[in-house]
Design a binder for this molecule. Structure first.
Ligand code: FES
Length: 678
């Protein structure tokens, strides 16, 4: 008796024998191979494309003859004529296995394909979204066996896809009958499965094969900015990213001032809720336009945010978060209709998933960071710092993870800085100051040239040089310290003390002139004493939070540091350490992770299982409340110096020698001492 043909799938390596004549798609399903299909094998969607290989495969112990698969059939020929099929590709639902064969499943044909993230250190996301597109063929109604169209659609989903427990809301039921008839009883459905349930919900329905795609938004709702990524739910691609200022800023710059606004003004919380919901809805429309997508095809939104933003988005008065014991209305993850959040521009049935909060002031944004950076899986002790108006700080390893949130204020985002601005073309993002001449050079967003490179003026003509963004101010302050223009207490020296006329008097203090654009009608960009103070406050809060977690864990050092945040990827580790934003560590062990909270939102958007995983992880993260820890204040005061009043920075000292300058308490340009070490 001849044996059934052997089929070997790559890259999975799954193999097995199937009866001759079995379609590749069927064989893949039987062997548990990840091969996509939307049309259920009808030869319409082309999601099932495979690439067979022929010849000798000693590694697999097979020889594949040209006749191992059935010849092209009419369906494939038609598809090739109309859409074009890549050389060497077959439709898995049409090609039948006739002999031993090796079949490659290309990444775009895998349901659970991996999406590689931009940050080099980041792990890829495995696609397994909560919403999938499926096509079914529904039986026509029969007067003699009466049943509703929806009931027959359900039966079709069960027969053709093995999917049971399906429900649909009224907007879908309204579209059902015309869709079925127009599609000649073939319809596509967007099928959503909430986390932790066996149930499915139809979010939308289209006649025939829906080719418009399905999309989701991953939103990092910050106190200062709202950042959104428009993501293709079939392949995880980010089609557009956009950020807008959080309009709640007009009610208060930071979280506590917004809580106070709600406390002092009856209905203030409602106003803030309305403002942020409108902004998100507008942002959704804008980002959809940018990505060339109909906003009605956005079927899911995932949010990460701090607890005050969380409550205000949900329409819950945040007053309890303004006082100990900082009780959250709920810390659980939530699944809601987007309509309940007034996100009316999206698909009418769009679903939102809100990551769980950790506790108190440690919110869903910290959960997002934990999901993206996985400190709970780290072998070594890692400190993850997500820098924003409120810093989320996580410290731990696979044994234990602690988390806190620290009110850094918006200085790191360029706010409250005299020449500060958002990271946008024209903003200074990198700074270097020559320690001998005290002359600066810088780079602005939008050009790769340094300001002393030939062609810089031409390259920046369109944008101008407009201000300093967060990473720029961090570098500027650190460079000033390294060049001896700034003493450890944070005082800027006078022209006489520093030997440069760029240190100009401004009242009782001094400012360092970074760029004078007045000749070209641009601004004079300086770093003032007030800017230094704002940065000192912000960095002290950050460092104190990290130290507090280190105390709790009983350690004096960490093995590595991950700098995250909307501009985390742009912060130079050396400058962050000179400033004393982060504890001392070998510079090679300080890495940037980009917007980790936002990445966490993207992971949860693209992978349903990640939602369950982060809910479980969050239960094991221990929260430390900075607001009531007396040691936080002590750490905060000690961290005011640059880099620090008492903590040693031996790793930093091995690469950077900081000038031992002191400009006196008055800072008035008189009797400053100036010494240089080494
Ligand atoms: Fe749709 Fe093959 S499964 S074309």
């Amino acid at each position: 008796m001849t044996q059934d043909p052997l089929v070997i799938f790559t890259p999975s390596g799954k193999r097995g024998r199937v009866p001759a004549g079995t379609p590749v798609l069927t064989a893949a399903r039987q062997l548990g191979v990840d091969l996509d299909s939307v049309c259920g094998g009808r030869g319409i969607c082309s999601k099932c494309q495979v690439a067979p290989s022929f010849g000798d495969f000693p590694k697999h112990g097979v020889t594949v003859a040209e006749t191992a698969l059935s010849p092209w059939n009419e369906v494939e020929a038609r598809y090739d004529r109309v859409r074009g099929l890549k050389q060497g590709r077959r439709l898995g639902c049409q090609a039948q296995i006739r002999g031993d064969v090796v079949i490659d499943v290309p990444p775009e044909s895998q349901v659970h394909r991996q999406v590689v993230r931009k940050a080099a250190s980041a792990k890829p996301i495995t696609m397994d979204p909560a919403t999938r597109l499926l096509m079914v063929e529904v039986e026509e109604p029969d007067m003699h066996e009466p049943s509703g169209d929806f009931e027959r659609l359900r039966a079709a989903l069960k027969d053709q896809w093995g999917i049971e427990a399906v429900t649909a809301g009224l907007p879908v039921l309204r579209k059902l009958q015309p869709a079925l008839r127009k599609g000649e009883w073939k319809v596509s459905v967007a099928l959503y499965q909430p986390v932790h349930t066996e149930e499915f919900r139809i979010l939308d329905i289209w006649s025939g094969l829906h080719e418009g795609g399905l999309f989701g938004l991953a939103i990092d709702l910050g106190s200062t900015t709202i950042a959104a990524h428009l993501t293709d739910l079939t392949d995880g691609r980010v089609l557009a990213s956009a950020g807008v200022m959080n309009p709640q800023i007009r009610f208060g710059e930071d979280l506590m001032s917004r809580v106070s606004y709600a406390m002092m003004n009856p209905g203030g919380d409602v106003e803030m809720t309305r403002a942020v919901r409108e902004a998100i809805d507008r942002l959704a429309v804008e980002i959809a336009a940018e990505g060339g997508v109909d906003p009605g095809l956005i079927v899911e939104v995932v949010f990460v945010m701090n607890p005050v933003m969380h409550h205000l988005l949900l329409g819950i008065d945040p007053v309890e978060l303004g006082q100990a014991p900082f009780a959250l209305a709920t810390s659980s993850a939530m699944t809601l209709d987007a309509r309940d959040l007034d996100l009316t521009s999206l698909n009418p049935q769009a679903q939102t998933y809100i990551l769980p909060c950790i506790a108190g002031h440690v919110g869903a944004d910290a959960a997002g960071v934990a999901l993206a950076e996985e400190p709970d899986k780290s072998e070594d002790l890692v400190l993850v710092v997500d820098v924003g108006t409120n810093a989320e700080i996580l410290l731990g390893n696979r044994e234990r993870v602690l988390a806190c949130s620290s009110p850094t204020g918006p200085a790191f985002e360029g706010a409250q800085i005299s020449s500060g601005q958002r990271a946008a073309p024209g903003a200074i993002e990198r700074v270097e100051i020559d320690p001998a001449t005290k002359e600066p050079r810088f780079r602005v967003i939008g050009s790769d040239l340094w300001s002393d490179d030939p062609g810089f003026a031409e390259a920046t003509k369109a944008t101008g040089i407009t201000g300093i963004c967060g990473s720029g101010i961090i570098e500027a302050v650190a460079e000033m310290r390294m060049a001896g223009l700034l003493d450890p207490s944070g005082l800027i020296g006078s022209a006489e003390q520093t030997g440069t006329a760029r240190c100009e008097p401004t009242g009782r203090t001094h400012a360092y002139l970074l760029h004078d654009g007045t000749a070209e009608g641009g601004p004079r960009i300086t770093v003032t004493q007030g800017d230094i103070r704002a940065i000192q406050l912000a960095k002290s809060a950050l460092y104190a939070g990290a130290r507090l977690l280190m105390d709790q864990l009983g350690v004096d050092r960490v093995d590595r540091v991950v700098l995250a945040g909307a501009f985390g990827a742009h912060i130079s580790p050396k400058h962050a350490m000179v400033l004393g934003m982060i504890p001392d560590a070998p510079l090679a062990k300080v890495t940037s992770a980009g917007n980790a909270a936002g990445h966490g939102a993207r992971i949860a958007l693209c992978n349903r299982a990640a939602r369950a995983r982060i809910e479980e992880t969050v239960r094991r993260i221990h929260k430390v409340e900075t607001a009531v820890e007396p040691r936080f204040q002590e750490h905060f005061v000690a961290a005011n110096a640059i880099p620090h009043a008492s903590d040693p920075f031996p790793d930093l000292a091995s690469v950077v020698t900081l000038p031992d300058v002191h400009f006196g308490a008055s800072g008035g340009g008189g009797e400053g001492r100036r010494r240089r070490r080494g």
